[in-house]
Design a protein around this ligand. Structure first.
Ligand SMILES: C[S@@+](CC[C@H](N)C(=O)[O-])C[C@H]1O[C@@H](n2cnc3c(N)ncnc32)[C@H](O)[C@@H]1O
Length: 214
């Protein structure tokens, strides 16, 4: 069987089917555990959730005082996120800008965000280039948090649900971040809570110097 392209039509179809058939389960999904663990102590400011999907993490950030730009190329996922936020309340909804955009070309204004998160996003092309694009949006003193599901389970060697995807790895993120500009705070593979589903690569970095690149 040929592997999916993980392009816009793939994700749009997957989200519209999932939200049509399992909206109740989607609504119950808690925010990402790596996000809550890594971000909880940071003072809220401007955040970018790149590849926000149905918005559970965006909404958690907004509920914790962040003003969030939530980017995804699935209109169905964004519509679900927007209506969920509105149902929770105006205060949360007003802190979120839902943006339909392709992260292969959509770029943040340099240094605009105090926090850039990108969780479980498969990118077409070079992962290191994606990490650098995300990193460019982080302000001095700000944080970059990227999480990727590794393609094989290290305990069994079996392929995971992310087997044919290209998600961020510790190695690719560490290679992409210039140590003159970034302090790598966390760079580790963490076993997933559900045994046999593999590990997540978690990278948290803090920008300490403005980018020297134009
Ligand atoms: C596995 S889901 C993860 C969603 C969310 N970050 C989470 O952890 O629950 C990947 C998301 O990335 C989005 N995505 C993938 N490639 C993208 C791209 N090039 N531009 C914008 N969004 C993209 C998909 O539409 C999907 O919502």
């Amino acid at each position: 069987m040929s592997k999916p392209a993980y392009d816009q039509p793939f994700w749009e179809q997957l989200w519209s089917k999932t939200l049509r058939e399992h909206a109740d389960k989607v609504a119950q999904r808690p925010p990402n555990a790596h996000l809550t663990r890594e971000v909880v102590g940071l003072p809220p400011g401007r955040a970018l959730d790149a590849g926000c999907g149905h918005g559970a993490d965006t909404i958690w950030l907004a509920a914790h005082g962040w003003h969030v730009t939530a980017v995804d190329f699935s209109a169905s996922a964004l519509a679900h996120g927007r209506s969920t936020a509105e149902a929770i309340g105006r205060e949360i909804a007003e802190r979120i800008d839902w943006v339909e955009g392709d992260l292969a070309t959509w770029t943040a204004q340099p240094g605009r965000f105090d926090l850039v998160v990108s969780l479980h996003v498969h990118v077409a092309g070079s992962v290191e280039a994606m990490v650098r694009r995300m990193a460019a949006g982080v302000a001095v003193g700000g944080t970059l948090l990227m999480v990727g599901h590794r393609p094989t389970d290290p305990t069994t060697g079996a392929p995971t649900a992310a087997a044919s995807q290209v998600q961020v790895s510790v190695e690719s993120a560490v290679a992409a971040l210039d140590r003159g500009e970034w302090e790598i705070v966390v760079a580790e593979d963490r076993p997933r809570a559900l045994a046999g589903t593999g590990v997540d690569a978690v990278i948290r970095a803090r920008r300490h110097v403005a980018s020297s690149r134009p």
